[in-house]
Write a protein that binds this ligand. Structure first.
Ligand SMILES: Nc1nc2c(c(=O)[nH]1)N[C@H]1C(S)=C(S)[C@@H](COP(=O)(O)OP(=O)(O)OC[C@H]3O[C@@H](n4cnc5c(N)ncnc54)[C@H](O)[C@@H]3O)O[C@H]1N2
Ligand code: MOO
Length: 393
């Protein structure tokens, strides 16, 4: 059987899906988005030599004083005039130093008596408690590179750099179709032969941290007409993701329905376990990803394919899952002809694979915090061996 290697399938998926056009949006809405262009500082930070403490601005060479306090400087106030010799300027955190001053005597180390300011015992070095102008960044300096994800720290930097709006990648609409006659909505009564449909909420949870809009189109029956209609309706989204009906059984209608809706499949069947029946293609300008129905298979392929697809379309420069090295704390059998993505969790001794690795074993899946990647053909592994893991996001 001709199964596509995972890396090749990921590359082909990203190749058929164009990143969405960039847009300028207010910084207050930009958290979690990817930058579409470099961000350059529009101003110096700090804008002048500023005090880092409440106290007195003085010349360090005049330590230990006494000084006469003749001026004051506060953040947001009028900048103080140049400091005459022998004088000090009362100053507060974030305020500009008067020209001539080069150090701050913090008020805990100072005493004022009869109009004379005197220092305590600690010697004062030039530059003490001073934040020099442009020491954080300088106007024109590149602050953030295109493709960077905007978290709290990056947004703080961009705003201090003078930006109120930022150029970001798009926020794809993801339509989710859950296929299967046996499915009932979450929380609904479950007659014999039926099953609560867990894949759509699971995928929405995986996507919750990404910039995208999830549109749950509900349960679609195993009926060619109904499924074809569902694909047509879903084609207004940027991404269609279906679960179930991906395999080779008589009721596995996703491929024919996708074709009947006008879709064109790029690939089907991946050299991985779980997740073999995964498929991808295009329907007009919409990218389609068909995940297997088994809840564990949908979860693992969601991490390996759906999340990278959304990241890529939203402008990420590195959309694929992070991979790390870890130490195995429990033995593993040899792998077969497919790459294994084993559900596992961290313990003090290393990573432990959960005992139930069946692609319908959700109780074991819920214990996992990472996937162990075991390439096809790997030999038996023992505790202490190095392994490659993918953290579960
Ligand atoms: N003869 C073969 N049979 C199967 C093969 C094969 O190569 N030859 N592949 C197997 C593999 S591997 C997988 S994975 C499954 C995937 O099949 P489908 O994608 O067609 O999924 P379904 O048959 O529709 O469902 C499988 C399983 O998952 C349950 N399910 C489906 N949707 C949901 C949902 N939204 N929430 C919760 N559970 C869901 C469904 O009831 C089934 O139990 O095929 C193997 N068969
Ligand atoms: O590839 Mo399937 O997802 O093993 O159960």
């Amino acid at each position: 059987m001709n199964l596509l290697p995972v890396a090749e399938a990921q590359a082909r998926l990203l190749a058929i899906a164009a990143p969405m056009p960039a847009q300028d949006i207010p910084v207050a809405q930009a958290a979690g988005r990817w930058l579409a262009r470099d961000v350059v500082a529009l101003r110096d930070q700090p804008w002048a030599d500023l005090s880092a403490m409440d106290g007195y601005a003085v010349r360090a060479a005049e330590w230990p004083g006494p000084w006469r306090v003749t001026a004051a400087s506060a953040a947001g106030g009028t900048p103080p005039p140049p400091l005459p010799l022998g004088e000090a300027c009362r100053i507060f955190t974030g305020a500009p130093l008067p020209p001539g001053a080069d150090a701050i005597l913090i008020q805990e180390n100072a005493g004022v008596e009869d109009d004379a300011l005197r220092s305590g015992a600690d010697p004062l070095q030039p530059g003490r408690h001073v934040r020099p102008a442009a020491s954080d960044f300088r106007q024109g300096q590149r602050l953030l590179a295109a493709g960077t994800r905007l978290g709290a720290a990056q947004l703080s930097l961009a705003v201090l750099g003078g930006h109120g709006t930022l150029p970001v990648g798009g926020r794809p609409k993801v339509a989710v179709l859950s296929t299967g006659d046996e499915l009932v909505p979450p929380g609904a009564p479950v007659p014999p032969g039926s099953l609560p449909s867990s894949n759509a909420p699971m995928l929405a949870a995986l996507l919750a941290a990404l910039p995208c809009e999830v549109i749950d189109l509900g349960i679609v029956r195993d009926n060619l007409g109904a499924m074809t209609d569902a694909f047509r309706r879903a084609s207004e989204a940027d991404i269609i993701v279906s679960t179930g009906g991906a395999s080779v059984g008589d009721h596995d209608l996703v491929r024919p329905a996708f074709a009947a809706a006008g879709g064109s499949l790029d690939f089907w069947k991946i050299r991985m376990r779980p997740g073999k029946p995964l498929m991808a293609g295009t329907l007009g300008s919409t990218t389609f990803l068909g995940l297997p129905g088994n809840p564990v298979s949908a979860f693992v392929t969601g991490i390996l394919f759906l999340l990278p697809l959304v990241r890529h379309m939203a402008g990420s420069a590195s959309p694929l899952p992070a991979v790390r090295q870890a130490t195995l704390a429990s033995p593993l059998p040899a792998t077969g002809e497919r790459d294994d993505y084993l559900r596992a969790y961290h313990s003090d001794a290393g990573v432990v694979s959960v005992t139930a690795q069946d692609s319908a074993a959700t109780a074991a899946m819920a214990m996992a915090d990472c996937l162990i990647l075991r390439p096809a053909g790997s030999p038996v592994a023992v505790a202490g061996d190095p392994v490659t893991i993918l953290p579960i996001p």
